[in-house]
Ligand binder design. Structure first.
Ligand SMILES: [Zn+2]
Length: 237
């Protein structure tokens, strides 16, 4: 695994060429039910970035642990940063990375809420106005959720089977043995909620029952393989 900030500037200078791929992992500090750590959205993309680095020599940037999340009103521990803060932080980091001559960047977020992803996409758009480079923006959950309806139920969601399994595979010591799931009533369509506990008492948006480290390992491998394929195709490596 190659970490950008573990290198010296001279090592980095030697390593950079037009084919170099740099990954910026982004997470969130967010409740994930009573069974998963607040760092779940950071643990997962960082692990995927490590696998990709080992396989194709991509360089991992120091990650951004914070993101924009909706659950700060409802659960202790969640720390959300403003949309503008997130967008500017990502822009500033990309700007500096581009100045060093990097041409291929992957922004890989473990957190996938729409507004959070919009901030990352907007920062990437603004960078493309300045530099002739290639950028991918995705969540590892864009790929993971393609396996809903096949490996897990169609309704699997936040802190459910996929997420619990993946964290069990990566950091089993951080997963609590007992999980809780309760949906209070049928969700009303298009409602903007102040407190998601109105529907989801425990902050688990689908039932994690059935999660296993073996399934997590399988999913992590599938995500890594698919993302490497996308990187090779998109960056013409
Ligand atoms: Zn998550």
């Amino acid at each position: 695994m190659i970490r950008w900030d573990n290198l010296t500037y001279t090592e980095l200078e030697k390593m950079l060429n037009d084919k170099t791929v740099v990954i910026l992992p982004i997470g969130s500090v967010e409740e994930h039910g009573p069974h998963l750590p607040l760092s779940s959205d950071m643990i997962q993309p960082y692990y995927i970035a490590e696998q990709i680095s080992d396989r194709i020599g991509a360089i991992i940037l120091p990650p951004i642990s914070y993101g924009w999340t909706k659950t700060m009103n409802s659960f202790k521990g969640t720390i959300s940063i403003n949309f503008e803060t997130l967008k500017m932080l990502v822009f500033d980091i990309l700007n500096a990375v581009c100045k060093t001559g990097v041409k291929n960047i992957v922004i890989l977020s473990g957190h996938a809420s729409k507004l959070h992803m919009a901030a990352l996409n907007l920062a990437a758009d603004e960078i493309l106005d300045i530099y002739h480079i290639k950028i991918m923006v995705l969540s590892d959950y864009d790929i993971a959720y393609e396996y809903r309806g096949r490996l897990v139920p169609e309704t699997d969601s936040h802190a459910g089977i996929i997420e619990t399994s993946r964290v069990m595979a990566i950091a089993p010591e951080l997963v609590k043995k007992e999980w809780k799931y309760e949906k209070k009533k049928t969700e009303k369509k298009y409602m903007v909620l102040k407190d998601i506990r109105e529907y989801y008492t425990y902050g688990t948006l689908s039932d994690p029952e059935g999660a296993t480290p073996e399934l997590g390992d399988q999913l992590n491998k599938l995500i890594t393989d698919r993302l490497i394929d996308y990187i090779k195709t998109n960056f013409e490596l």
